[in-house]
Design a protein around this ligand. Structure first.
Ligand code: NOJ
Length: 558
């Protein structure tokens, strides 16, 4: 068994967790100050969004120096202190490693464009223009073409799937694989316990001369040409083998935004030098009813939690990965609004927030909790459209205004759906800047009331419930036990977890009506956790609206 088989991950957006020097930006010393809180919560692993030196075009995902800490977040000494302090509390640290691209300010790219004989030219992807145009019509995730020129009079374009200041690396080049492995080894020597491999599914590209089909768009964004292509396993293997050879305990969490369960299984085959777990948007993106919202692009559409879609998604992931790896159990991350805003939930009742946590995290898999989620914290609400400092939002505003959609409607949509709303400061208390900083936070707007200080003193708070839930999650039954969904109706989510010694049953009522649920097996059970007063009568459990419970039997079950 590896240490990460019972990992419970807490995702920290470092800029927004705790500011220690009064500049309005969270930092590493700030995280150290809050480690007691994190330990008390019951997580055992922290994933930090990128902390390397970066021009911050994409909040750290554009790295210009992988061997140092961005000065806005602290120093290498601060990082070493953080590692030491975290490890002292038995908390592991995993770093976010952007491996698909660098910043255009990275010395490899600078050398490639300024030095005619640069050995780094082949670290990136170049192609000659065709009839004075881009070599193909592929669209970038950040808008426009995937091709840009360094100088307008150049004959050559370079490739970038994201911002034009984030050129893609050429993973066909073995030197790229080696250089990335060297970077990882540097941090492993410092003592880190793993990495999140950012955007790794994009390392392989199709034939660059291939055009994408399009009806109207000039630059259609089509994953076919740059996501989940077979060659990527070779490139990933070239990198991972170098790391795992000497450090088999390093946890590799792949970010596989568009991978389905079968592809996830491919990437996590044991002994194949891939990832240990992957997290896909499918884990949290496909759990809503997809209504028709006409002009609104899919990413921004209001979504309603659909219990059936949730079940379908997880039954698939659980079944496909059952003998391979753990599914990632998560409601979201920094790339999407907070789920309590996004899923258009029928109520803001704490009972529902607790039930959703039970339903997600007690399944088989590794939880990833997005900072603040344990408080039931909502996203920021901006006052006006100009406050959205986010390219995707800027494009959407332009697009919807052109279709005469009123500004108030666009504002409401963005406040519920845009990723910047999810990147607000962690709410520590009810002071002016929520205990995050003495200065105005870098990302600031109207915020909800939930805060850690108040919740710590309230026995019925979402925070106290998370603490109990995560303690239950770390038992063998809910970590290692087999998973099976039981036949249920549209309002109930019921699943069991079994090891040779334990039987766990989880029953969640996702409706505004009380429900009686007959126990599927006869056993003397222990109520391990519930968000209401539970009595078992005549082999039935009575659940209040939005009620939930987890039952455990330590004996043998028939
Ligand atoms: C995925 C990250 O989560 C996202 O924030 C980033 O923009 C892209 N990868 C590019 O690195």
């Amino acid at each position: 068994m590896k240490w990460y088989d019972n990992a419970i991950i807490y995702q920290i957006y470092p800029k927004s967790f705790q500011d220690s020097n009064g500049d309005g930006i969270g930092d590493l010393p700030g995280i150290i100050q809050r480690l007691d809180y994190i330990e008390q919560l019951g997580v055992n692993t922290i994933w930090l969004n990128p902390i390397f030196v970066s021009p911050q075009v994409d909040n750290g995902y554009d790295v210009s120096n992988y061997f140092a800490i961005d000065p806005s977040l602290g120093t290498i000494d601060d990082f070493e202190d953080l590692l030491k302090e975290a490890h002292r509390r038995n908390i592991y640290i995993i770093l976010d490693l952007p491996i698909n691209h660098t910043s255009d300010q990275h010395p490899w790219f600078r050398d490639a464009v300024t030095n005619k004989n640069s050995i780094f030219k082949d670290y990136y992807i170049w192609k000659k223009q065709v009839n004075g145009h881009e070599p193909n019509n592929w669209g970038s995730f950040f808008g426009g073409s995937v091709w840009s020129k360094v100088h307008s009079d150049s004959d050559y374009y370079y490739f970038h799937l994201f911002d034009k200041k984030m050129p893609d690396l050429n993973w066909k080049n073995v030197e790229v694989q080696n250089s990335m492995a060297d970077i990882a080894k540097f941090w492993i020597q410092k003592g880190v316990d793993g990495f999140r491999l950012d955007a790794f599914i994009h390392m392989a590209k199709a034939d660059l001369g291939q055009m994408a089909l399009s009806n109207s768009e000039k630059y259609p964004v089509d994953d076919t040409f740059f996501a989940n292509l077979p060659e990527l396993k070779k490139y990933l293997g070239g990198f991972v083998s170098q790391i795992k050879k000497e450090n088999s305990d390093i946890f590799l969490l792949g970010e596989a935004a568009s991978a389905n369960a079968y592809q996830a299984a491919e990437y996590t085959q044991p002994e194949e030098n891939g990832c240990d777990m992957v997290v896909s948007s499918d884990n949290f993106g496909e759990v809503y009813d997809d209504d028709n919202f006409g002009d609104v692009p899919k990413f921004f559409r209001p979504r309603k939690l659909s219990l059936n879609r949730f079940k379908n998604t997880f039954v698939k992931w659980e079944s496909v990965l059952a003998n391979t790896s753990f599914p990632a159990l998560t409601w979201g991350n920094h790339d999407i609004s907070r789920f309590v805003d996004r899923l258009n939930l029928p109520t803001d009742d704490n009972k529902l927030k607790k039930s959703l946590a039970v339903m997600m995290f007690l399944q088989r898999g590794i939880p990833i909790i997005y900072y603040g989620e344990e408080l039931g914290q909502h996203g920021l609400k901006y006052e006006k459209l100009e406050d959205f400092d986010d390219q995707r939002a800027v494009d959407l505003i332009q697009n919807l205004r052109a279709k005469d959609i009123p500004d108030e409607q666009i504002l409401e949509l963005l406040n519920d759906q845009d990723e910047m709303t999810a990147r607000g400061p962690f709410q520590w208390d009810d002071s002016q800047f929520v205990g995050f900083s003495n200065a105005q936070p870098w990302n600031w707007a109207e915020h909800s009331e939930e805060n850690a200080q108040q919740e710590q003193s309230d026995p019925n708070s979402v925070l106290n419930f998370y603490e109990k839930l995560l303690r239950l999650k770390s038992t063998d039954c809910f970590t290692l036990g087999n998973y099976r969904l039981l036949k249920t109706d549209d309002n109930l989510f019921v699943f069991e977890r079994r090891t040779s010694n334990d039987y766990g049953l989880v029953v969640v009522n996702i409706s505004n009506k009380s429900i009686d649920y007959p126990l599927p097996v006869k056993f003397d059970c222990r109520i391990a956790l519930s968000n209401q007063d539970i009595k078992l009568t005549n082999g039935q459990i009575h659940l209040d609206p939005w009620g939930c419970c987890a039952l455990v039997n330590d004996g043998r079950i028939d």
